[in-house]
Design a protein around this ligand. Structure first.
Ligand code: SAM
Length: 511
């Protein structure tokens, strides 16, 4: 497949697999509200944050929206948007790889971009997501005024690239019908089946078989217009008339029209690829919304809530997990909360604290701007604020002291199974079992999980710890037991007989 080339391409396309694993550390004083603990706001570089999320959320995110720096050459107050072209590609490639890994099999990814990098981004995404999974390039009318001082064109649209993880099975949800779109429907004959709109009864491609006269209720004989024939066979036409699905006008003397009831058509609209500002907002609307939230230093390039609402409507359902790893002022997280989605947001700049966290607190308290009124937002929910914590390994390859059992467990489980980690016994504080995958049971003796930190104790595989593991696994279906620990005191013949494989920490833990 043809691909894009740039100076550091060969190292950049490998970069995602070399990102070191770091723990996420909660900052409780910046967390807020209650409810789902799945709402997460992370302050830090999204490359490391996405890597930190993988062991917990790989394949779990239903809808990803990102609005990365467009590389327009501007320096905004809250971030720099002026990277050398190849540096921008280097920045995007590994992040897109990790984002794809987080996406659910029935998920979709949406990316805002303009003409500076849009077409290069399309080629990168074709390579990472597969050309066959490209869904659409939406043109969003971001501005309605003309800049008459523009040298060439007055730019008034952005692109939104949409990719599915698997386009064959993915379908967008429908958009709600607007009052305007219902304007064509009425019920002049008081049909008990409800409002309807009418269409012609003739087909443009004529056929001899459907060229016959129809008698109106007033007794007049009518034929299809010249060069056409009826859409229906004579029998079908008569059946439709009997079922009152054909309308001959108020007096019963007009040419027949076919009635399409609103209940017969789809519940909503298939999305178009051009999104105008009156239906999806524009940049000005985004700025107005943010100014109402922050009097002093509003964020410079926010998206309007209606734009994100549309994307989340098409790409997710109530309760689904959505992610934005270039969170900016927090629009995606705010809209996700208001729409009943769970969210993960990542932001590198200080605005993670000064804007995202502050905005989310207001939303939880019932803020009434943006889409609040149209979705009847009453407040509620919560989020947890995280910083990127310690690297898992120090410079000598040792596991850092601050790494918890849960963190190492998730890392080992994911590197072994490539599936997200969920505790085997969520309510048991002494379980060293990580889970079972493809006939292998995995366990980890680390950090005194069995409440025994003695030299030959809880972090060592011996007869006692083995018995505890077997007890924990009682009734489970597995063949081999794989144990990560500091040391094994079991004899090789015992390990063979019991089908146990021992992996020593830290040497056998994947970097
Ligand atoms: C165009 S803004 C996003 C605006 C956002 N859609 C909104 O409605 O407010 C891009 C954001 O990405 C952030 N960003 C840039 N590089 C990043 C990185 N490596 N990790 C996390 N965030 C990053 C910038 O700090 C900036 O806030």
């Amino acid at each position: 497949m043809p691909s894009l080339n740039w100076l550091t391409r060969s190292e950049d396309i490998q970069a995602a697999s070399g990102v070191p694993f770091r723990a996420l550390t909660e900052v409780p004083e910046l967390s807020y509200g209650g409810g789902s603990t799945d709402n997460i706001l992370i302050h830090g570089d999204n490359l490391e944050a996405l890597r930190a999320l993988l062991p917990f959320y790989a394949g779990q995110v239903k809808c990803i929206y990102i609005d990365p720096p467009y590389n327009t050459g501007s320096a905004f107050e809250h971030y720099d948007d002026n990277l050398e072209h190849a540096t921008w590609l280097k920045m995007m490639y590994p992040r897109l790889v990790l984002l794809r890994e987080l996406l659910a099999e029935n998920g979709s990814m949406w990316i805002s971009i303009d003409d500076d990098e849009g077409h290069y981004l399309k080629v990168l995404c074709d390579e990472i997501f597969g050309r066959r999974n490209f869904v659409a390039n939406v043109v969003w009318q971001k501005k309605h005024t003309r800049s008459n001082d523009a040298t060439w064109f007055s730019d008034n649209h952005d692109h939104i690239l949409c990719y599915a993880k698997d386009k064959i099975s993915w379908r967008p949800n429908l958009l709600a019908r607007t009052e305007n779109s219902l304007g064509n429907y009425s019920n002049p004959d008081n049909d008990p089946r409800g409002v309807w709109a009418s269409g012609p009864c003739h087909a443009k491609t004529p056929s001899e078989k459907t060229m016959y006269p129809i008698t109106t209720p007033t007794g007049r004989k009518v034929y299809p217009p010249p060069g056409t024939s009826w859409r229906f066979s004579k029998d079908n036409f008569e059946a439709l008339i009997a079922d009152k699905r054909i309308y001959f006008g108020k007096t019963g003397n007009n040419i027949p029209r076919y009635k399409r009831f609103i209940t017969d058509v789809q519940e909503g609209f298939v999305p178009l690829t051009i999104w105008l500002r009156d239906e999806a907002g524009d940049n000005q609307e985004g700025k107005t919304e943010i100014k109402k939230l922050f009097d002093d230093t509003p964020f410079t390039t926010p998206k309007p809530e209606r734009l994100i609402e549309r994307i989340l409507t098409l790409g997710s359902e109530n309760g689904d997990l959505v992610l934005d790893s270039f969170l900016g002022s927090g629009t995606t997280a705010a809209v996700a909360l208001k729409m009943g989605r769970r969210f993960i947001g990542v932001e590198l700049g200080e605005q993670a604290k000064t804007h995202c966290a502050v905005r989310l607190r207001k939303v939880i308290d019932g803020e009434q701007g943006g889409i609040s009124k149209s979705v009847n937002w009453q407040g509620g929910g919560g989020f947890r604020f995280y910083e990127l914590g310690a690297m898992m390994f120090d410079e000598f390859g040792r596991i850092q002291e601050s790494i918890t059992f849960g963190c190492l467990a998730a890392h080992i489980w994911f590197s072994e199974t490539k599936t997200p980690y969920q505790p085997f016994r969520p309510n048991c504080l002494r379980s060293a079992v990580l889970g079972i995958h493809k006939g292998n049971a995995y366990s980890l003796l680390f950090n005194g999980i069995l409440h025994d930190r003695s030299v030959n104790g809880g972090n060592v595989l011996n007869r006692t710890t083995l018995q505890l593991l077997r007890d924990d696994l009682a009734g489970a279906d597995y063949k081999k037991l794989i144990v990560y620990g500091e040391w094994s005191k079991l004899l090789p013949k015992t390990m063979k007989r019991e089908n146990i494989e021992f992996r020593q920490i830290p040497y056998k833990v994947k970097k």
